[in-house]
Write a protein that binds this ligand. Structure first.
Ligand code: DHB
Ligand code: MG
Length: 215
């Protein structure tokens, strides 16, 4: 493991450093503050603020115009993505829970991106194929039910343009990625599918973020 830098090397960050750098580089305006909040009954499972900013910058860096998100929650990552899109851009974001979708709709409007976001309500496995005709896409961000990542990853690879970006949150599967069960095996097939079709990496955010550029 001598060449595995995350095991061999020291980690120089701590809570104070993460708080400071998040505040300096990734602070929220009113729109992001609103979309980051999770009202009663909504799980606080959105991206962290620095991760949200990273996703924003990645989308901006590739000049993306057409994006798909799987897992809207109440619109935090969607706002980060939609605000990064080039002029005339559009985000289609898939959400299973109609109550989350309604909250997200209001949050997107308040963040000034209501006109460039379409929320598609239903199970991602069923709704993604309805988006094929809008593709090929520049970005697909996956942050939904973990047992279907393999499926979502395959859809992304089939519907991204060459040079398009696939992102997957929770790529460490809450620390269970290397377990010996069906869900972990499926998540590993997500990794392997992205790696086979893309130039890719998994970066050690708190729960892992996969990043791939389709060949
Ligand atoms: C859960 C889902 C997520 O996407 C996440 O980032 C953290 C937790 C969850 O389902 O518990
Ligand atoms: Mg997540």
């Amino acid at each position: 493991m001598a060449d595995n830098d995350s095991r061999a090397g020291a980690r120089y960050y701590n809570e104070a450093i993460l708080d400071y750098t998040q505040r300096v580089h990734a602070s929220h305006d009113a729109g992001l503050t609103r979309a980051f909040a999770t009202p009663d009954g909504v799980p606080a499972i959105q991206l962290g603020m620095s991760e949200g900013k990273l996703v924003h910058l990645l989308v901006k860096m590739i000049g993306a115009r057409k994006a798909v998100e799987v897992g809207t929650l109440v619109g935090y990552s969607g706002t980060q993505i939609a605000r990064a899109l080039a002029p005339g851009g559009h985000l289609w974001t898939c959400e299973f829970d109609p109550r989350h979708a309604e909250l997200a709709r209001a949050n997107f409007a308040a963040a000034g991106v209501g006109d460039r976001v379409t929320i598609v309500v239903g199970p991602g496995v069923e709704t993604l194929p309805t988006l094929n005709a809008h593709g090929p896409f520049d970005v697909v961000f996956i942050d939904a039910d973990k047992q279907n990542y393999e499926h979502y990853g395959a859809w992304a690879i089939a519907n991204l343009r060459p040079g398009g970006l696939v992102l997957g949150d929770n790529a460490f599967l809450f620390g269970q990625l290397c377990d010996d069960d069906a869900r972990a095996r499926a998540m590993r097939r997500f990794h392997e599918g992205v790696a086979a079709a893309c130039d890719s990496v998994c970066i050690p955010t708190p729960d892992g973020l996969v990043l791939g550029i389709k060949r």
